[in-house]
Ligand binder design. Structure first.
Ligand code: SF4
Ligand code: SF4
Length: 437
């Protein structure tokens, strides 16, 4: 819900949607004819790919697409691999895309079932890295991170969405099981659930400490939750993990509980669909299902200029093709009518200060944006608080000139995060070329 305040004299108040007491169960969409699964590693040469077109796979089977890579995906259907290719995501991020044609009869891969009677971190890391909700098992398994506190968020991070709250409300038993397993496999006892006040009753049942999240945006964003839990901001440039905190979604914890209780890897994700008229429904959908199949199930037609957003309106990403697959962290898909889409402009900043007034991190966004527009990312980080940004998107939302400020910020952080790796890779290639010369 968005409440505009008195003609621009005060900040607009953006409130999170709260799960309705009369919510409906998700509509179950059957496994589609094809799924597409994205693995976090791309390949340079086709002989680096160890899967082949024509390979048969079972539901829950672990697939390692690229030789010598630690990245794996779990097949969410039973079928035959029909294509393997590189895929470029936001900001040029590279993936391997695996398409599987679904068989009529489902077979469950037994490997996880054979070892799940003894839960431990090693087998969780081996099999549960891409369950619905996304478990950050690499972080929990990283000895350099020294995680000593787990915070489970039971509140949706963005506006319009209630998927996470829905999971807390309807899967409390699985969350209780998941927390028990998490304690067993990590040895971490310090577990907090962060929920809106309406879900305090469910959170109390889990035995975790409970923190109430304010209903005003952006209080459910990771850094804001950390502030609530720690009583102070995470210093600029430090991550939650640097502070010993691992943030995990309630759905991921429920998936962990379900995996060890049922002896199989969950492959269905709860997603909230927000239609052009604002109406919403939950679906339970096989991960890897194209967004187009989800829309088809509800007779939602996508026209030219309509905008489809994966995630929420403030922090989500527009997708350019409805072939895009539902992934472990796809909590919502929003479709906006083309006639109502607000486009960004190429007007310059007029120094109105709206972004500065609304920024929860008190950043001089009007100054920062100048360095970002010029591509001076390191200067933006060193001298203009780029890393204090909690990525709420409010600056873009209020920008008088409709500048894509938040997109600049994300791009800058992405470029800086990947710069050392690129430089290293270039140096390695140069060294190899010199050696071969
Ligand atoms: S996204 Fe914009 S408003 Fe939000 S913290 Fe970052 S700079 Fe501030
Ligand atoms: S809101 Fe937009 S136009 Fe106004 S100061 Fe910020 S960046 Fe500039």
């Amino acid at each position: 819900m968005i409440k505009k305040t008195f003609v621009g004299l005060l900040k607009p108040r953006l409130e999170y949607d709260i799960l309705s007491a009369t919510h409906t169960e998700p509509e179950i969409i059957p496994a589609p004819k094809k799924v597409t699964i994205l693995s976090g590693t791309s390949f340079e040469r086709s002989d680096a790919v160890q899967l082949k077109v024509g390979d048969k796979v079972k539901t829950g089977q672990k697939l390692v697409p690229v030789i010598d890579s630690e990245d794996y995906v779990i097949s969410t259907v039973t079928g035959t691999i029909s294509s393997i290719s590189n895929y470029t995501g936001n900001f040029g991020r590279a993936f391997t895309s695996i398409t599987i044609d679904t068989d009529d009869t489902e077979e469950i891969d037994e490997k996880f079932g054979e070892i799940c009677n003894k839960p431990d971190l090693a087998n969780a890391v081996d099999f549960l890295g891409s369950v619905p909700g996304g478990l950050p098992l690499k972080i929990l398994n990283d000895p350099e991170k020294s995680i000593n506190r787990i915070v489970i968020y039971g509140m949706d991070k963005d506006l319009l969405m209630t998927t996470t709250q829905f999971v807390v409300k309807t899967r409390t038993d699985l969350i209780i099981k998941g927390i028990g397993i998490l304690k067993e496999i990590t040895g971490i006892e310090n577990i907090t659930m962060a929920v809106p006040s309406s879900l305090m009753h469910n959170a109390n049942k889990t035995g975790a400490d409970v923190t109430i999240i304010d209903k005003e945006y952006p209080s459910a964003l990771p850094f804001m939750i950390a502030k609530e839990v720690l009583g102070d901001y995470v210093p600029a440039g430090r991550s939650l993990e640097d502070m010993g905190i691992c943030l995990i979604s309630a759905e991921a914890i429920a998936s962990l509980g379900a995996a060890y209780t049922e002896g199989k890897i969950p492959v269905k994700k709860v997603v909230e669909i927000v239609d052009k008229d604002g109406s919403k429904k939950y679906v339970s959908v096989t991960m890897g299902t194209p967004v187009s199949d989800v829309f088809k199930a509800f007779d939602i037609k996508v026209k030219d200029k309509d905008r489809v957003i994966v995630g929420g309106p403030m922090t989500g990403s527009s997708i350019y093709s409805v072939d895009y697959p539902v992934q472990a962290d796809t909590d919502a898909v929003i479709i906006q009518d083309g006639s109502k889409v607000e486009t960004v402009s190429d007007y310059p900043c007029i120094n109105c200060g709206e972004c500065v007034r609304i920024c929860p991190s008190k950043i001089q966004v009007n100054i920062l944006v100048r360095f970002l527009e010029a591509g001076e990312y390191q200067e933006a980080a060193d001298a203009h608080d780029l890393y204090s940004c909690v990525e709420c998107g409010l600056c873009s939302y209020v920008c008088t000139s409709k500048m894509p400020v938040f997109q600049y910020i994300r791009l800058a952080k992405y470029e800086l995060a990947n710069a050392p790796a690129e430089v290293e890779a270039e140096e390695e290639t140069e060294a190899a070329e010199e050696e071969n010369a």
